[in-house]
Ligand binder design. Structure first.
Ligand code: AP5
Length: 189
């Protein structure tokens, strides 16, 4: 079983790369952002609650997201592994994920951290705003999402660095180029 976290700031390409890696390596793609947006679209109680946080670019409370992840993992008991996209987003979530996987006899193998400069993140997300309709893709909320990443999410790197699982990847270049860099890391082990 291979479990990886695709990590990085908003707009770094986590979702784009997760979709490709899930096909190449036969892993289940588990995106907390996608699950939350689906809950909002379905107007579930979780969706109604999450919307207020997402629209401001703040993190949805840990207990809600953690439960969602456990449910998704347990729905896929036959999975060859998982790509966690957008989770964990703070050290509490990282410790929770480690415990959840340990209880199921597995663990995280890689934290693939996409590195992309701030100006490029903003450029990509404003470009997506012209095409898609994400309520959090406007300059004010994008800037807060990036701030939340640097304030709350970055410490997750150290958590996995201590475990020898941290793999930084240059996230600039074409989608294919970035995908090859990640594939090289996974294939090498
Ligand atoms: P989430 O959905 O996780 O969004 P995010 O982290 O802000 O990231 P994005 O989806 O915007 O970007 P990405 O890195 O996936 O890049 P993408 O591939 O899309 O979270 C949204 C919200 O949900 C959070 O703010 C929070 O409120 C809540 N939430 C989610 N998880 C949570 C958790 N665990 N705890 C609490 N709250 C949580 O690419 C971006 C754009 O760039 C696309 O248009 C793409 O086509 C383009 N692109 C990709 N790669 C390249 C490239 N190499 N070159 C040029 N363009 C590229």
């Amino acid at each position: 079983m291979t479990n990886l976290i695709i990590f990085g700031p908003p707009g770094s390409g986590k979702g784009t790369q997760a979709v490709k890696l899930s096909t190449s390596f036969g892993l289940v793609h588990l995106s907390t952002g996608d699950i939350l947006r689906q809950a909002i679209a379905n107007r579930t109680p979780l969706g109604e609650k999450a919307k207020a946080y997402i629209d401001k670019g703040e993190l949805v409370p840990d207990e809600d997201v953690a439960q969602m992840v456990v449910n998704a993992v347990d729905r896929n008991t036959d999975a060859g592994g998982f790509i966690f996209d957008g989770f964990p987003r703070n050290v509490f979530q990282a410790e929770f994920l480690d415990r959840t996987l340990k209880e199921r006899g597995t663990s995280i193998h890689y934290l693939i951290a996409l590195e992309v400069p701030r100006e490029e993140l903003i450029k990509r997300l404003l470009k997506r705003a012209e095409i898609e309709n994400r309520t959090d893709d406007n300059l004010q909320v994008i800037e807060n999402r990036i701030k939340v990443y640097y304030d709350q999410t970055i410490p997750v790197i150290d958590h996995y660095k201590k475990q020898g699982k941290y793999y930084p990847v240059n996230g600039l270049g074409t989608i294919e180029e970035v995908n090859r860099r990640i594939g090289d890391i996974i294939n090498k082990k």
